[in-house]
Design a protein around this ligand. Sequence first.
Ligand code: PEP
Ligand code: MG
Length: 315
Amino acid sequence: AREAAVDAPPTPGALADGTAIALLANLGKPADAADAVARGAEGVGLFRTEFLFLSASQAPTVAEQTETYRELLSAFGGKKVVVRMLDAGADKPLAFLNDAHEDNPALGLRGLRALRASEDILREQLTALAAADATTDADLWVMAPMVTTVEETAYFTGLAKEYGLKTAGVMVEVPASALLADRVLAHADFASIGTNDLTQYTMAADRLLGSVAGFQDPWHPAVLRLVGEVGAAGARAGKPVGICGEAAADPLLALVLVGLGATSLSMAPAALADVRLALSERTLDEARRLAEIALAADDAAGAHHAVAEAAAALP
Ligand code: PEP
Ligand code: MG
């Protein structure tokens, strides 16, 4: 029986009451797809396209990009694959896209802002994605990084639809778009919360700076309240709200995020098994209760501690 359990394919993500929570993979290159599938990823919640660009002195051609996206999509036949447009700037600077002389690059021309300033690169990416999409039966979703305003949301989703891409959404990584999530979702098919950057921008602490690393904790109730805003807006609009930051890979925090309204969780494939197990042991009501406890704390350590205690006391 033990061997059978080891050999059995991983089951889809679900809470103890049967509520489905899709468990998806964060991927940085198509070569990592097979491992994600073997670990039971139900699709891709975040495909970071930066690797195509980061080592290059200029943007890759549409043909090169199409081949990469086709390789990715064909590994996930019939499944959802969320591709993020190039997220350049701040921690991922690109010589041909970003101004090297910004004093505060995390607050500068990065993410969708940088793509808009070089719209040909964005259009080429969308062209390549549409071409790849036509060759496989994967369910392609596209999203823009570091979206701050409703206007940016409408700009990106409008552009994606021009290219025939059916499902277009935004990453919520900035408090402004979290607080206006209901307005943002009026112009997007879905939202995906990037908790790494959302924590950086909520706590005003550079995610790369060791001296302020103590602030970079997604358990902080201020971050979780923003996640809750987005989750509630998604529920009202009937639109999916995913989580694709590192927070989703923490089994206990994953439960809290589901309690705050996340409908899918995306993480490094190695984290899928532990999160799958944690979800299977709790109901949606329990996850919501844990979320309430986290929201009521004063700080990250307090939230983590209180939720751990409450979870341990559950039957
Ligand atoms: C995030 O910010 O949480 C995220 C998933 O994007 P990245 O880590 O690539 O900035
Ligand atoms: Mg980010």
